[in-house]
Ligand binder design. Structure first.
Ligand SMILES: NC(=O)c1ccc[n+]([C@@H]2O[C@H](COP(=O)([O-])OP(=O)(O)OC[C@H]3O[C@@H](n4cnc5c(N)ncnc54)[C@H](O)[C@@H]3O)[C@@H](O)[C@H]2O)c1
Length: 411
């Protein structure tokens, strides 16, 4: 049963709508749970989406479908949204939370793909592969060793030691590189990697500097002329994190002056919207500069991992109430006591809600066998396992509580 104040829904067939051509695993994982899955290849605009969500409990999208406040207000059947990608800007997360709709994404399903392209870029830049390749295609045989290096023994400086930075650290050491890193948060140094106290200290040490910071506002313009000037002469630079973090005009100058020996860039402050659109940048046609169209994480393996990851999250939320890694509601996962029945209650986070829920259960003679509460901002979430069947009037009493956003009876 799914109850969402003020009205209650009775559980029949559960339906998922998957848009934007998701990996087949996205469908098969949900279908194996008995969910009826409708797939569409394209995105939908607001009014089309509202119409399509009638009778739909789970929505799966990528980056091109906007789940607006209006959509959420007009989709009373919707239980959860899956963003089958990394970013969640296309979903109004606050409105989704207010409507009791958890959103899930795939924050690290493409981490390995980014790490591999970073390694490819590092070796290609250090050996000037694209310069040799371009000359060969122009019919020029330029056999020389000047400016080409092994990566073994060189120092890699990683700025942002998160999911991607740490995995790159491990693989780069396996190639024989020395690794130094800088992160604003306290991080465990893996292998022989050494933490630097400042970005400048890292720039003084590194032959290769690579950015893997997150997209927080404060990182705008993090790297510019001052940092490029501080880099070692002949060093190379990579940015596969966010475009707005780097001043690319300053990078172009550092390449043209030959202070830096090359760069690999995958992300740009303004990126073309569609495949085939023109790409404008001061970095075009510079020697030993590798440009890729934000494809750091774009592999078939990553798409498969994303399909699997997000559908598993939606399935788990549906069947167990687990909100682990949801980006907008309190996160919790409660192991279920055998033979118990489960109530999942999303509510407005005001003092005394837990006591009120338990009082309703006690008044109806229901014994609690397991319970977990988590809060996040204005929202609270309590999952309760009870030993006996819950009488419909107890469920109604919980659904009618003024703080209730959504109540689900899971088993
Ligand atoms: N090119 C692509 O296709 C692609 C694919 C996936 C991720 N990304 C981007 O890569 C970046 C890293 O992803 P992740 O999964 O490793 O993220 P993450 O959140 O795991 O790690 C980011 C790290 O950067 C640190 N950090 C933030 N600001 C910093 C600063 N100013 N100086 C030093 N450290 C700072 C954080 O403390 C954190 O440890 C993100 O910006 C993400 O959007 C790009």
């Amino acid at each position: 049963m799914v109850a969402r104040t003020p009205r209650a829904h009775h559980r029949g067939v559960l339906r998922a709508l998957l848009l934007e051509n998701l990996h087949p695993f996205a469908t098969s994982i949900l279908a194996s749970e008995g969910i009826e899955v409708i797939t569409r290849t394209g995105a939908l605009d607001e009014s089309e989406l509202i119409e399509a969500l009638d009778g739909v409990h789970l929505l799966g999208i990528r980056s091109k479908t906007n789940v607006t406040e209006e959509v959420l207000a007009n989709a009373p059947d919707l239980i959860a949204v899956g963003a089958y990608c990394i970013g969640t800007n296309q979903i109004n997360l606050a409105a989704a939370a207010r409507n009791g709709v958890p959103a899930f994404n795939a924050p690290f399903s493409n981490t390995r793909s980014v790490v591999e392209i970073a390694l490819a870029d590092i070796i290609a830049l250090t050996r000037r592969l694209t310069v040799l390749d371009r000359a060969m295609h122009q019919g020029v045989w330029n056999k020389a060793s000047e400016g080409s290096h092994e990566v073994r023994g060189r120092t890699l400086g990683i700025i942002g030691y998160g999911n991607i930075g740490t995995q790159l650290s491990v693989l780069a050491e396996n190639l024989g590189m020395s690794v130094v890193f800088y992160d604003i948060a306290e991080k465990l140094a893996l292998g022989n990697a050494r933490r630097m106290e400042t970005i400048d200290e890292l720039l003084d040490a590194a032959d290769v500097v690579t950015l893997h910071v997150d997209g927080r506002d404060g990182n705008a313009g993090l790297f510019g002329g001052k940092q490029f000037a501080r880099m070692r002469p002949g060093a190379v630079f990579l940015n596969l994190s966010r475009g707005f973090v780097v001043d690319y005009t300053a990078l172009a100058e550092a390449i043209e002056s030959e202070h830096l020996a090359g760069a690999a860039i995958d992300v740009f402050p303004v990126e073309p919207k569609r495949r085939g659109d023109a790409f404008v940048s001061e970095l075009r046609n510079l020697p030993n500069v590798i440009l890729t169209p934000h494809t750091g994480g774009s592999t078939e393996e990553a798409q498969e991992a994303i399909g699997r990851f997000v559908s598993n999250k939606l399935r788990d939320y549906l069947t167990t109430g687990s909100t682990t890694l949801s980006v907008n509601v309190p996160n919790l996962a409660l192991e279920q006591t055998a033979g118990s029945h489960r109530l999942a209650h999303l509510h407005r986070n005001t003092p005394g809600v837990l006591a009120a829920v338990n009082a309703v259960l006690a008044n109806h003679g229901v014994n609690i066998e397991g319970q977990m509460l988590a809060t996040r901002g204005e929202l609270g979430y309590v999952v309760t396992d009870v030993g006996s069947d819950i009488a419909p009037d107890a469920v109604d009493a919980l659904a009618r509580m003024s703080q209730t956003v959504r109540l689900r009876l899971l088993s």
